[in-house]
Design a protein around this ligand. Sequence first.
Ligand SMILES: Cc1cc2nc3c(=O)[nH]c(=O)nc-3n(C[C@H](O)[C@H](O)[C@H](O)COP(=O)(O)OP(=O)(O)OC[C@H]3O[C@@H](n4cnc5c(N)ncnc54)[C@H](O)[C@@H]3O)c2cc1C
Length: 370
Amino acid sequence: MTNPARSPRIAVSGAGPGGLTCARVLQLHGFDVTVLELDASPDARPQGGTLDLHEGDGQVALKAAGLLDRFLELARPEGQEWRTLDAYSARRLDVRVPAEGATERPEIDRGTLRAMLLESLAPGTVCWGKGVASAQPLDGAGCRVAFRDGSSEEFDLVVGADGAWSRVRAAVSEAVPAYTGVTFVSTGFEDADVRHRALAELVGPGTMMARADGKGLCVQRNSGGYLDCAAMLRVPEQWRRDGFEDQEGVRAELLELYGDWHEDLRHVLRAGERPLLRRPLYALPVPHEWRHVPGVTLLGDAAHLMPPLGVGANLAMLDGAELALAVATAATVDEGVRAYESVMLPRSAKYARDCEEGLKTFLPEAEAIA
Ligand SMILES: Cc1cc2nc3c(=O)[nH]c(=O)nc-3n(C[C@H](O)[C@H](O)[C@H](O)COP(=O)(O)OP(=O)(O)OC[C@H]3O[C@@H](n4cnc5c(N)ncnc54)[C@H](O)[C@@H]3O)c2cc1C
């Protein structure tokens, strides 16, 4: 039930893990909140791979959202296993098997996580197909949102949780994401335990990773025997920008680039069943900071897009929960937002720096493929 004493109108732009967690915790504390989402419906597009949610951040957010037990029922603790393979021999260099009952970082399919968060919200909270075009702070009193459909609406607080290419970000900062030097090419295998047994056994119950010479390969088991795969390449931003519809041409180029890798690993590139998808990685400058603007703030990738080294969704959810809790406990919404930003900005800068360095260690710039 909404507490009438708490009447600020709050809009969250984006129904990703960060925005939905924020909305859920706000509702638990009696606030009115609307989530504005660009996608036309919950299943307008597949949500993609798997996420490990950590005890120190993602799970802290789920606890604040009252969803930790449900998450642990849905998650795959066995997915915490991590194998590092030698690129040329496919020999196991390192295998990290989780201890019995360990829940430090269980995996969950993104789609399952999103469905769990959506189910936890009051009916009608998410306005599907309501893409935000821009956010305009109003002189010390809220923020006007302009929508892609030409309409507009005013709110006391607008939370930009609209991801890498946030349309709210410009209200607080001029920063734009820059190419990291790394592009992923993704594909996947359905029902791998039956149809691609050798690969499924190589990968095991969790994540398999290999790297050599400016290239990497990551395969992650999702639920239902699906294997989510990414070739990782340190290549120029323009690499294969045009002509990706020539899938066989891309496949041939990848097989050539990975020519000296072991055949069992090249199988991913040769036989990947899902269309090969080009995914250049972008990141915001580090640190990305802004001077507080009343009526608007950011969380998750909108605030601190960083290379995907396994923390982005965790931080987005932690941001969402902490922002909601700060607003719920402060004397005013604005004081709550200031308190949140004073913790979130330095924390995310530290993680962003680590991820920037981590990406350079994993795929050194000196090994860039021309
Ligand atoms: C290949 C890859 C692997 C990754 N692996 C991991 C991992 O293992 N662990 C981890 O923690 N993180 C991982 N990440 C990072 C993680 O995906 C992101 O950090 C996380 O999804 C950010 O959550 P978010 O809620 O801020 O934004 P998003 O998840 O990007 O959600 C944004 C939402 O806003 C909507 N939207 C966009 N524009 C608008 C608009 N104009 N108006 C309204 N709505 C809009 C989108 O449709 C979307 O629903 C990975 C990222 C990549 C690319």
